[in-house]
Design a protein around this ligand. Structure first.
Ligand code: DGJ
Length: 701
């Protein structure tokens, strides 16, 4: 028996090997002492064989297979010439250094090998990949190759996944693992709103968690199985259709990465993932740029656009302190509604008779830069592009071509298609001063067939190649990824883009919930978060500007409404919050995020902490049963230090009359971290639509 350990800043993983047998996870938890006796660790955590097992009890381990009677989900499923093949992988080599563990497995009877790599990034996040080598002279069809198989440490007995729909993304679904576990798979050519590619395992009766995610913008497959003995195996993979992945003789394939992290609680888990995104994923990670306040034309004017309306909108935006004007759908071809013109990426003379540059000049003259909406992967049947190239879309020969939002999907596996798209986008970015692209994707891939067969996997790789090619030439352009809101958010797309549009739902009550769920994995600076109109076009709710603006401030702030339709008072409140966002964005976008727990289910809170300052947001979204709502307890402070606490204005109109000591909160109360975390501060949070910002400054003495 041999052992390998991988130590992060706060975690340790221990893997044990049985030569000619398996590699298994013996420990995953808080960091162990360097001298821990690993043989004793194994012996004291193992059970003896029992009656209903095979004579040699199977171990799923880090590369679970069917070979020896393991009844959980296999990580590898292969076929030779149409016939399923039972692999027999045995660990033959292991290398462990400071931040990386590599295990090579060789099949005992076939010319096949697999290499599993676990690598620690950003302190405590483990990135897992598997490479499969075909050393033989026959093709191998891969039906499944998991990026990660994790024998679940027995202390975990709950699983949180996310479910959702358009405008209702990221509904947390927490359940016990139960007798049979959990399974989720997307079949949309993207993760979609299904959300099973984001997972959290929870500790029985405790706060410890393991978070997990597949770094992949195509279909995913997640399986958690619990066997009759109570052992659980969690497997996450890019979902493959039969015949979609074939390895030629002498060839290999490598899975997308999966990431996982152990943490003491949900706030620590969020901080681990945020650090990972900031240090490893984001394209501009080495070059921190202040995230500009956007105004996006979509909710303000939709398709009903012309030059005069756009200029009026831009002028209003500038008076609020907006820094970037984003021209959304409707500026190109003959696109006056969503029935036509995707693919015809030329500026419409009906909308902008004096051209795009003349609009950009006006916008820049108002002190803003310019962003443009595109949906490159799509094609409208009613478009010049479709008339010229009817076979450029994904389709099954001789079958109907069903549309969604009246559009089809381009087949990115055809080089002519991606060359054409690169040409269109490059021409736009080269000819005009465009600082930002909003890259949208508004339908599922069905039929997911290209000229070779199943399309999903290749389509995703081709999309990555297209964005990479564009970014190589236009380094400074920021890209926002959108898919009818949050239909394609994952670390794969985020490694090529700067921001994600987390939902089309700008209703602040809904968006607070949606963004808080995303913030479990994504740092605030990438979470597009806009002030929408009232009444909200999706929910019909009317919410105070104060509440809408506070909700939008905790993210990458923007406006998705027509300021010209607001009252003077609303504009003043919005302007003040945009100024607050600018004052605080270095803290919000560079800091550690803490979740604030509260006994009232309508109250939620987040605190961002950076250097010696922090900003918290506490909101109430329902009518509280008691007027004197429990104090808001802060988190992440040093109990022994003292803090100056103020409540930045504007305050919520209705609620502020119930504040006991308005002048004191303006000047600032000095309180210890212990009081702030144990007792908390009393804030009027009895009414729905109430939000308070809490500013903290750590005192030296
Ligand atoms: C869907 C997006 O989520 C919206 O923000 C908007 O860009 C529309 N598409 C435009 O068609």
């Amino acid at each position: 028996m041999q052992y390998a350990r991988l130590d992060g800043e706060t975690v340790t993983l221990v893997v044990g090997f049985v030569p000619d047998g398996h590699a298994d996870l013996l420990y995953c938890g808080p960091r162990l002492d360097p001298v821990e006796d690993l043989a004793a660790l194994r012996a004291s955590g193992s059970f003896g064989a029992h009656e209903s097992q095979p004579d040699a009890p199977p171990v799923g381990g880090l590369l679970p297979e069917r070979k020896d009677g393991f009844a959980g989900p296999p990580a590898v499923e292969l076929r030779y010439g149409g016939r399923q093949f039972s692999t027999d992988f045995r660990p033959v080599r292991c290398e462990a250094n400071a931040d990386r563990l590599t295990i090579e497995f060789a099949d005992a009877g076939a010319p096949l090998s697999a290499e599993l790599e676990w690598r620690i990034h950003a302190g405590d996040v483990i990135v897992s990949r598997v490479k499969l080598n075909n050393g033989g002279d026959r093709e191998i069809a891969v039906d499944r190759l998991a990026s990660l198989a994790l024998p679940v440490p027995p202390r975990f007995d709950r699983i949180t996944s996310y479910a959702g729909r358009w405008a209702g993304e990221m509904r947390e679904d927490e359940r016990g693992m139960g007798a049979h576990g959990f399974a989720s798979r997307s079949r949309r050519g993207k993760p979609g709103f299904d959300g099973g590619n984001w997972l959290i395992l929870g500790e029985a009766g405790g706060d410890a968690v393991i978070g997990m995610h597949l770094v992949w913008s195509g279909d995913y497959e997640t399986v958690l199985e619990v066997d009759a003995d109570g052992r659980a195996m969690l497997m996450i993979a890019a979902a493959l259709e039969a015949g979609e992945m074939v390895i030629p003789p002498g060839g290999h394939c490598t899975t997308p990465a999966a990431v996982f992290a152990y943490a003491a609680d949900r706030s620590m888990l969020a901080q681990s993932f945020h650090r990972y995104v900031r240090e490893t994923i984001l394209p501009d990670r080495r070059n921190w740029r202040a995230r500009k306040v956007h105004l996006n034309s979509w909710e303000a004017i939709g398709f009903d656009m012309d030059a005069a309306k756009l200029i009026a909108l831009a002028e209003e935006a500038a008076t609020l302190g907006v820094e970037r004007f984003v021209l959304d759908d409707g500026w190109f071809g003959s696109r006056r509604n969503d029935r036509s013109s995707l693919g015809d990426w030329t500026v419409s003379a009906d909308v902008l008779p004096e051209g795009l540059d003349s609009l950009i000049d006006r916008i820049e003259g108002l002190g803003m830069d310019f962003g443009l909406w595109v949906e490159p992967e799509m094609i409208s049947p009613d478009s010049d592009l479709y008339r010229a190239h009817p076979d450029w879309c994904l389709h099954e020969p001789r079958r109907e071509r069903p549309t969604q939002r009246h559009q089809l999907v381009l087949d990115l596996s055809q080089p002519a298609v991606t060359d054409h798209l690169f040409g269109c986008l490059d021409a736009l970015l080269s000819a005009h001063r465009i600082a930002h692209l909003k890259w949208d994707h508004n339908r599922d891939l069905f039929p997911a067939a290209n000229i070779h067969g199943p399309a999903g996997y290749d389509q995703t790789l081709a999309l990555y190649a297209l964005i990479d090619r564009l970014r190589a030439k236009h380094r400074d352009v920021e890209i926002e990824s959108c898919s009818s809101g949050g239909g394609r958010i994952d670390f794969g797309i985020l490694s090529r883009t700067h921001r994600v549009w987390t939902s089309d739902n700008n209703d602040a009550i809904e968006r607070l919930r949606i963004n808080a769920a995303w913030a479990q994995f994504l740092p605030l600076e990438v979470i597009g978060s806009h002030v929408g109109p009232s009444a909200n076009p999706i929910t019909g709710r009317r919410l105070d500007m104060d509440f809408r603006a506070k909700a939008a401030l905790f993210g990458h702030m923007g406006v998705e409404a027509d300021p010209g339709a607001m009252t003077d008072a609303e504009r003043a409140v919005l302007r003040a919050h945009i100024a607050l966002y600018k004052d605080w964005r270095a803290v919000l976008h560079g800091g550690a995020l803490f979740r604030l727990d509260h006994p009232d289910p309508g109250v939620s809170g987040l605190l961002a902490w950076h250097d010696a300052s922090g900003l918290a947001l506490a909101t109430q979204s329902r009518f509280a049963p008691n007027h004197d709502v429990a104090p808001v307890r802060l988190a992440g402070l040093d109990p022994a230090k003292r803090y100056r606490v103020t409540l930045p204005e504007p305050w919520p109109g209705k609620a502020s009359r119930y504040l006991a000591d308005a002048d004191g909160w303006r000047a600032g109360h000095i309180l210890s971290g212990r009081v702030l975390m144990e007792r908390g501060i009393a804030l009027p949070l009895a009414h729905p639509e109430t939000g308070w910002l809490i500013a903290l400054e750590r005192m030296d003495r």
